[in-house]
Design a protein around this ligand. Structure first.
Ligand code: FES
Length: 198
């Protein structure tokens, strides 16, 4: 902070730059306060207007219900799978056998086109539950292998009848033109027997 010396009156205290020197300083301060108060009220008004807008943009309960589904998996026996539908897309939920898990674990990542372990594609402690979209990553056909007696392809997972893509027991791409593994959607276990997808 710097000072200015008043040469005419040596007894007068030097003025400090930044200090209020306006004889009507009180008025200025009062005006500042009124301005700040007005801006603050404008801010509150803006927030009050924005909150209903944001609430309006939130999805309604029926839209949310379509975005998430709950599936009872208690009837899916080891070694079998079911097909369900989520957001208009087929979803495969498969209960892997110990042998299928071991087969998936035995594959080195270096042998995979889209390297991922079975652990990375399942939930901790639930390695037997493989949940993927039933949509081939080549051109979007529905692969075979989730239904009883369907062709699972040479790697024991899924086989796409459109152009022959082959997926293994972790639904990872192993042969044919598809570039990627079957997609694992967002999901969570609500209990040991209920899965929420979405
Ligand atoms: S769409 Fe599946 S192999 Fe082409």
């Amino acid at each position: 902070m710097s000072t200015i010396t008043n040469a005419e009156d040596p007894n007068q205290r030097p003025a400090v730059i930044g200090e209020e020197t306006d004889p009507h300083g009180e008025g200025v301060r009062r005006r500042d306060f009124i301005n700040i108060a007005a801006v603050s009220f404008a801010g509150v008004g803006a927030v009050a207007t924005v909150i209903p807008l944001i609430n309006q943009m939130n999805p309604s309960a029926d839209v949310l219900a379509l975005a998430q589904i709950e599936v009872d998996i208690s009837k899916i026996a080891t070694g079998s799978a079911i097909k369900t539908v989520w957001r208009k897309q087929p979803v495969f939920i498969r209960n892997l056998t110990a042998k299928e898990i071991a087969e998936a674990d035995a594959v080195p990542l270096s042998a995979l086109r889209d390297p991922q372990t079975l652990e990375e594609r399942t939930k901790p402690g639930k390695k037997n539950w493989l949940i993927t979209l039933g949509v081939c990553t080549h051109l979007g056909c529905v692969p075979l292998g989730a239904g009883a007696g369907e062709n699972k392809g040479p790697y024991g997972g899924y086989f796409c009848p459109c152009h022959g893509s082959q997926y293994d027991t972790a639904a990872r791409i192993r042969g044919g033109p598809a570039p990627k593994n079957l997609v694992v959607p967002e999901y969570a276990f609500k209990s040991d027997t209920t899965v929420q997808i979405g």
